[in-house]
Write a protein that binds this ligand. Structure first.
Ligand code: FES
Ligand SMILES: [Fe+2]
Length: 426
């Protein structure tokens, strides 16, 4: 039977269904009935994570990476967009400042044409409004130093933390207090296994990476990152074939222990795929129906976990003893900045040199690019329907998606606010 049941929005904005003409009337009726029941039960399920479904522009009042330190040299200026916030970064006397990237005078973006007249001000290139880097208050106007506006208008500022070569910003409500430590919005330090991989904030860590823009909503990036079923898209990546890694076809949860919630008091909130416990997860090696088997001979269950506000940890990836962190930073409702960062603990300069060699000669090329290019492809493919808003209703999730539903509920419970679209934000 060939049938297509397609959702459409009616004039009132509610979702109805139209039937294509590819089947007979009797068949179509039966299929429509089944689909309607499915959609109804789906809407019941999705109510359990309704705030997540509203978070098209991201979740607010969290720490997000904005730039690598090396992207902002001394006296440098850089514009970024995070969850609809336009922000200008500026480094002065070694310290990083973050301010609203719109001048209150005529609302141009100051980062469009950086103008530096002093190390104390963010100066607008158009008519010379000079805002204090620390507080955003208008301190002077280059051509009107007696203007009564001086001292009486301001642009907002954002809390900054620069660590391990990454500039993080706390993005959300300007009056949000108290601002939680950055560590609460990062993956936990792994301690429950022998030889745990490196931790981002360790001083002896070697940290490198890239970031690039992907054309999908941030949630599709997150859900792709730790999806136990998506490993199929990596079946023939260079890093898999060249290292003879046995990468499973998919992971079926057997018991509730397959998924572990991480909910530390005043600490990170996350969810972990317990791949190391194969009494809890069945890592599928073979599917006789399609006569498909994993290649390779080296078992390689790299454990994954995801934390608010959308940061992934992959242990022992892309190499043993390394860790890969990924962020899916909302830019707007249709794009996210995809951050791929690898960390290796190094005890001395020789180890650091070796890490550098591996990164430059292999890791960026075959892991961060060749391997993760497939992930961007998958997210952008999902965006075609999720971008209309209908994917959340149309999807038919399977057993491998258990942790994804868990993630949606976790975000719904622990977010510090749902980001409003820019036109509704302060
Ligand atoms: S638009 Fe910025 S000073 Fe006029
Ligand atoms: Fe992937």
């Amino acid at each position: 039977m060939l049938s297509l049941i397609e959702p459409r929005l009616d004039a009132a904005g509610s979702i109805g269904y139209k039937r294509s003409t590819l089947q007979g009337a009797g068949e179509g009726k039966a299929v429509m009935g089944a689909t309607a029941r499915k959609v109804q039960s789906k809407s019941v399920a999705s109510r359990q994570y309704a705030p997540y479904l509203e978070a098209t522009w991201g979740i607010k009042n969290h720490w997000y990476p904005a730039a690598f330190s090396k992207e902002l040299p001394e006296r440098g200026t850089k514009g970024v967009a995070i969850a609809g916030h336009e922000i200008v970064l500026r480094r002065a006397r070694g310290k990083v400042f973050a301010l609203q990237d719109r001048c209150t005078h005529r609302w141009v973006k100051m980062s469009d044409k950086p103008l530096r007249v002093s190390d104390d001000h963010m100066t607008c290139w158009y008519h010379g409004f000079c805002y204090g880097l620390e507080d955003g208050v208008l301190k002077t106007i280059v051509g009107a130093p007696s203007d009564p506006l001086i001292g009486n208008v301001r642009i907002r500022t954002y809390p900054v933390r620069e660590v391990s070569g990454i500039i993080f910003l706390f993005v959300g409500d300007e009056d949000y207090q108290p601002i939680p430590p950055l560590e609460t919005d990062l993956p936990i330090r792994i301690t429950d296994v022998p030889n745990p991989p490196g931790y981002l904030l360790d001083r002896e860590g070697y940290v490198r990476g890239i970031h690039r823009t992907a054309n999908s909503n941030w949630r599709l990036g997150v859900e792709n990152g730790f999806d136990p079923g998506h490993i199929l898209i990596h079946y023939d990546n260079i890093i898999i074939a060249a290292t003879e890694r046995k990468v499973f076809l998919g992971a079926e949860p057997i018991t509730a222990d397959a998924v572990k919630m991480i909910d530390e008091p005043d600490g990170p909130k996350g969810i972990m795929n317990m791949y190391y416990d194969q009494t809890a997860y069945r890592l599928v090696q073979e599917n006789p129906v399609v006569k498909m088997k994993v290649h390779g001979r080296v078992d390689y269950p790299a454990r994954t976990s995801m934390y608010l506000p959308g940061v992934l940890l992959v242990e022992n990836w892309p190499m043993q003893d390394w860790a890969q962190y990924e962020w899916y930073v909302p830019i707007d409702d249709k794009r996210h900045e995809y951050w791929e960062v690898v960390v290796k603990t190094c005890a001395n300069d020789d180890e650091r040199e070796e890490a550098e060699y591996l990164y430059e000669s292999a890791i960026e090329k075959i892991a961060l690019r060749d391997f993760n290019d497939r992930d961007i492809f998958a997210r952008e493919a999902m965006q075609q329907v999720y971008g209309t808003g209908l994917g959340w209703d149309k999807e038919v999730l399977c057993s491998m998606d258990t942790i994804i539903v868990g993630w949606r509920k976790l975000v719904s419970q622990h977010n510090r606010g749902i980001q409003e679209p820019p036109e509704r934000a302060e």
